[in-house]
Design a protein around this ligand. Sequence first.
Ligand code: HEC
Length: 154
Amino acid sequence: MKAAACAFGLMGILLVGCAEPRVTSLSGPEIYVATCATCHGTDGLGVNNAFPPLAGSPWVALPDSLLIRLALRGLRGPIRVGERDYNNVMPPNDFLSNEQLAAVLSFVRREFGPAGPAGSPDITASQVAVERARFEAGPMWTIEELTRSASARR
Ligand code: HEC
């Protein structure tokens, strides 16, 4: 996976060290390729039983706040996506800036969201800032913890 991430450097995205992607782009599709596609696939279809699809996934349609928290802090443990069960680990994406996370999540919603473009308003950098201040610190979520965090007091 690291090798694949490094190979994306050839596509004009600056990656330093390749320990974790250092992405300088502010373009949603480019950030997707650099930080999500190695696992979820450029087509968003995922990889067999290891990496779940984003295309058509109900989780992509989570409320904005929860989708941001998921992407920021990562996810572990069992989750059902469509007809399949997964039990794997998604590392945090906290190295992305608020603008970058907003851009990539907006892209993911538009490209892969079940509701389609009309039902997928963009996520903004200020929304990411709010969630980052409150929820960036901590272990990777389980899907239960993430869902429960919806009722966390503001
Ligand atoms: C290292 C591989 C990896 C990377 C990189 C990665 N993910 Fe994931 N992602 C996973 C895995 C594995 C799961 C399921 C985790 C589990 O089993 O609990 C997951 C789950 C998800 C889910 C919920 C389940 C679903 O399929 O809808 C969303 C949404 C998601 N990822 C979005 C993203 C976004 C957006 C990015 C890039 C910013 C990203 N992921 C980067 C591996 C990855």
